[in-house]
Design a protein around this ligand. Structure first.
Ligand SMILES: Cc1cc2nc3c(=O)[nH]c(=O)nc-3n(C[C@H](O)[C@H](O)[C@H](O)COP(=O)(O)OP(=O)(O)OC[C@H]3O[C@@H](n4cnc5c(N)ncnc54)[C@H](O)[C@@H]3O)c2cc1C
Length: 401
């Protein structure tokens, strides 16, 4: 156990207590308030109340990296797992995707002016943000395919293109989009063709066309949407880092983001397992409790083993990121990204089954958690792309003398 891990014990205890006092007892209330909103992607009053309480308890921006005064990845692992037990809770602590990844972009690559305009309100939880890379018309798991155009005209850039699956785009609290597009389509180096630019959501020519669902869930109030940019004009100083450096930014952004999803998914799977164990002691079929049927016990045991394996891999990845940085740890980041969402999907599926028909309903958290695990196999790069990248790295490593 590292020094930092010992140091976070009080934070962990405070977080556990906060979950017991304010999150679990409010689960039904949160969903009721969300359902009652006049705008499906509006502000849930309870969220704002809880955010204030979390700030007062010192449980705020726990994701901040160590080199910016925050915690190590190793320490954050445990905290993110706890938050992952309730899908909407990370926002209470200002630790939700995609805002944490976007804040990291502003921290790493933003100018002073960009930081004061966008990073500060994001760190304060006053606004939300979106990261716009994926496009409906091209296979976006290869980011070099992205076609949205970013063209310099005098002191401005003009942006045209279509994006979809843009998380947070429909949310009324979202004010800023980080948009990836091509600024130099003819560059012979295909990794230097892209740039990333800041587009305030209210800019003329930006249209949030429609919210999208995954397996029927709209993930409100953040949501995921199709967004069109038509002759959108922004000042030249909205360019991030510099023309042609978009690919570099996306590589820097996705490493930590991927591992954060893994940490939360472990919490989601762990909670499902705990609920399944409880359920199995309360229902009886064919003369005995579910928990006394061999196959149910096997499902519980298998799930425990798989969660433990995934947790250790995620922790090892986090430790490697702390020791040598996300770039050098990309082998383990890929391994975790390939392994953990699939593990969570399998475990949560078994836990739904133990709950019978009820497990598939919104009366329990498993169905929504299953959707989260399933879409994490796609978001931040599909399983196959990470397998391709990891396989290539390993072949190279084990064949180079
Ligand atoms: C809920 C959700 C939220 C998301 N949030 C965001 C967001 O906020 N911002 C954003 O920009 N994007 C977001 N995405 C989009 C996500 O990043 C993309 O879906 C992903 O990058 C894949 O791109 P694509 O959908 O165009 O699939 P495609 O590129 O069309 O690929 C289709 C399939 O082909 C297979 N495939 C691809 N390459 C290979 C290969 N080399 N070998 C074998 N098989 C391969 C994979 O199975 C892949 O699923 C989100 C997605 C979801 C589901």
């Amino acid at each position: 156990m590292s020094h930092d891990t010992l140091h976070i014990e009080p934070i962990k205890q405070a977080l556990l207590q906060f979950m017991d006092q304010h999150i679990y007892p409010n689960e039904a209330n949160y969903h009721a308030q969300l359902a009652a909103l006049p705008n499906r992607f509006g502000t849930v009053p309870l969220m704002e109340t809880l955010k204030e309480k979390a700030r007062q308890a010192g449980l705020w921006n726990l994701w901040l990296p160590k080199d910016h005064g925050g915690l190590t990845n190793e320490s954050y692992c445990e905290l993110a797992e706890i938050m992952g037990r309730v899908l909407w809770s990370p926002e209470v602590f200002n630790c939700n995707a995609p805002d944490t990844g976007n804040m990291e972009v502003f921290l790493k690559y933003g100018t002073e002016a960009q930081q004061s305009e966008w990073l500060e309100p994001l760190l304060n939880g006053e606004i939300r943000s979106s990261y716009c890379m994926t496009e409906p018309d091209v296979a976006s798991s290869d980011a070099t395919n992205v076609r949205t155009s970013i063209v310099r005209e005098g002191d401005s850039y003009v942006i045209n293109g279509k994006k979809w699956f843009i998380t947070n785009a429909p949310y009324e609290r979202t004010k800023i989009f980080i948009v990836m597009g091509q600024s130099d389509p003819e560059n012979p180096n295909r990794h230097l063709r892209q740039s990333q630019i800041l587009i305030p959501k209210q800019t003329p020519g930006v249209t949030v066309v429609r919210p999208l669902t995954t397996l029927g869930y709209d993930d409100a109030p953040g949501g995921h949407a199709e967004v069109h940019f038509q002759d959108v004009r922004v000042p030249a100083e909205n360019m991030l880092l510099g023309e042609g450096r978009g690919f570099e930014i996306s590589q820097g952004r996705l490493g930590p983001g991927r591992i954060h999803h893994c940490m939360r998914l472990i919490g989601s799977a762990q909670r499902s397992l705990e609920l399944a164990c409880d359920r199995a002691t309360k229902r009886e079929t064919f003369g005995r409790k579910l928990a006394e049927h061999q196959s149910v016990l096997e499902d519980i045991a298998k799930s425990f083993c798989e969660i433990e394996q995934a947790r250790l891999l995620t922790l090892k990845t986090a430790c490697k990121m702390d020791a040598v940085g996300a770039k050098e740890a990309r082998d383990l980041i890929a391994a975790a990204k390939i392994t953990v969402p699939l593990m969570a999907q399998r475990v949560i599926d078994r836990c739904m089954q133990i709950h019978g028909a009820g497990g598939l309903t919104a009366d329990y958290p498993m169905a929504e958690a299953f959707n989260y695990a399933r879409w994490c196999r796609q978001a931040d790069g599909p399983d196959q792309v990470h397998m391709m990248a990891l396989g290539r790295q390993l072949v190279k490593r084990y064949t180079e003398s």
